[in-house]
Design a protein around this ligand. Structure first.
Ligand code: TRP
Length: 493
């Protein structure tokens, strides 16, 4: 079947961040997709055009395309799914080892998240693949002992599920010493969605219970290099997003927020150069999948995301100290940046940063993809009205309920695939209430509409409160948070 206009636009979106169908390596999937075009794509779709001309340059019939990494693929973009099915072996000479038509491996990197099942990413497998550690009962107990309070429900419920070196940080706390927190955001759209809040909510809790300084990097440079956006637009978005971040409630005496475009220089840039000199193109190629056609800004960018992990990048906060340990709460797709950072740190005489990894926030349509700001109907935005929230949840939130009331009463709903239930796990703090909803829903006693009504109530309240706090953030507040200055904390090293 030829490609439709709607599919062309979705593909154009895919090629904003990806060089090829499979991300960063050319494969038979590109050949197959290319052959589906009966005429070149529309001139307006610049990214799709670029890909199309590039594949055409291989003189498709004779070129020996590399095998695909996944045996069966689909591109999911703009809320639609374009299957790349390659089992017509004789017809187009494409080899395919597997007849199964769904993707068989989860894809997780800083630019793509795609699960092979609607239960979402298999996080146990990811821990094995990435070589990180699970946040287990022992870690949770230590949190509880050191803070004197129940660990945040994101930790208790496995929303933050994996770590690197958290034990080293907890040992420091036990010895009465300080560390600092680092997290960030790539400002690619004005409208942040609820999923974007997760790392910030976690970070705020950590700042509160451990009373430590925090740096927040806004990578307006990264978004310029990766997205189809103007430089000034990215910079402006950084300041817009800063308001939402401030509204999460960070302590202004302990938090420094910065835009890369405006802040980078001095000691920070010196550390960027140290990293750049000690990481080769081959290494970043291996970690991030860059290739010879990647713009050179992308190739050096990982150094910029690495160095906020080093306390000497912020002399006005840490007085030039090189060895204050850093803890980074982030979604697990950011781990490649910090694998690189941890690899290079000891060679430069720096400490490796510790990490807390979160799962992804599922799209309304189901946990096989994460919420994406570029797809309006997959997301609940921080700017949505009470009515929009209600409509979106009722209309789009993928339900684990049964087709008819009778069947639902008999068999019960499936909490493992039900998006509304998943969101309750993120935002309903009361453990007992959550457990009671789980029991009632999975026994059939509670219907999907009732479950959705619970969620709608919680989200409406949470977002209205966020909007109030954001409204109260003044231009002066933004300026204060974003001015390099001494923060208020004591280091006993
Ligand atoms: N690259 C991240 C993004 O696109 C932004 C970021 C920069 C970040 N530094 C970070 C995220 C540290 C988590 C932790 O969103």
């Amino acid at each position: 079947m030829p490609i439709t206009n709607e599919e062309e636009s979705a593909l154009n979106e895919h090629f904003v961040n990806n060089s090829y169908v499979e991300g960063f390596s050319l494969s038979q999937a590109d050949q197959f997709l290319y052959k589906k075009f009966t005429s070149p794509p529309s001139q307006d779709l610049q990214n799709l055009q670029r890909w199309f001309r590039h594949i055409a340059s291989f003189a498709v019939e004779n070129f020996d395309f590399p095998r695909c990494k996944s045996s069966n693929l689909a591109i999911v973009s703009n809320g639609i799914k374009i299957p790349i099915i390659m089992n017509g072996t004789e017809e187009n000479g494409i080899q395919n080892e597997n007849e199964d038509q769904s993707i068989t491996e989860d894809i997780v990197d800083p630019w793509n998240v795609q699960a092979s099942s609607n239960k979402g990413i298999d996080y146990d497998k990811l821990i094995d693949r990435f070589g990180s550690s699970r946040i287990d009962e022992t870690v949770l107990q230590r949190f509880e002992k050191l803070t004197g309070q129940k660990p945040h429900h994101f930790l208790r419920r496995g929303i933050f599920f994996s770590h690197r070196d958290i034990t080293r940080i907890l040992n420091l706390v036990e010895a009465g010493k300080k560390f600092f927190l680092y997290t960030g955001r790539g400002p690619s759209s004005e409208s942040m969605h609820v999923g974007h809040l997760i790392p910030f909510i976690m970070t705020k809790w950590l700042q509160d219970v451990f009373d430590v300084p925090l740096v927040i990097q806004l990578t307006d440079d990264e978004k310029y290099l990766w997205k189809d956006l103007k430089l000034d637009q990215c910079n402006k978005l950084a300041y817009e997003n800063a308001k939402d971040i401030i509204a999460v409630g960070f302590d202004k005496n302990k938090t420094f927020i910065f835009s890369d475009i405006d802040f980078i220089g001095g000691e920070f840039y010196k550390n960027v150069l140290l990293v750049q000199k000690h990481v080769t193109f081959n290494q970043v190629k291996g970690i991030f999948g860059f290739d010879e056609s990647s713009n050179i800004g992308k190739i050096m960018f990982p150094a910029i995301q690495a160095v906020p992990s080093f306390s000497s990048s912020f002399p006005f906060i840490f007085g030039g100290k090189k060895d204050i340990p850093c803890l980074i709460p982030c979604a697990i797709d950011q781990d490649p940046y910090f694998r690189m950072t941890r690899d290079v740190a000891p060679r430069l005489g720096f400490q490796k940063p510790a990490l807390l990894h979160s799962t992804f926030f599922p799209a309304l349509q189901g946990a096989s993809s994460k919420m994406s700001a570029s797809d309006e109907n997959s997301s609940i935005f921080l700017t949505d009205t009470a009515n929009q929230i209600k409509k979106k949840i009722n209309k789009y939130a993928f339900s684990g309920g049964r087709d008819t009331i009778e069947e639902h009463r008999e068999k019960g709903g499936d909490c493992e695939v039900d998006v509304s239930f998943m969101y309750l796990q993120f935002f309903l703090e009361d453990d007992e209430k959550l457990e009671s909803i789980r029991k009632q829903y999975s026994s059939g006693e509670m219907l999907t509409g009732e479950l959705k009504a619970e969620l709608i109530k919680i989200l409406q309240k949470m977002i209205a409160e966020h909007q109030e706090r954001r409204k109260a953030v003044t231009a002066d507040d933004v300026k204060n948070f974003m001015t390099p200055r001494l923060l208020n904390f004591v280091v006993k090293q």
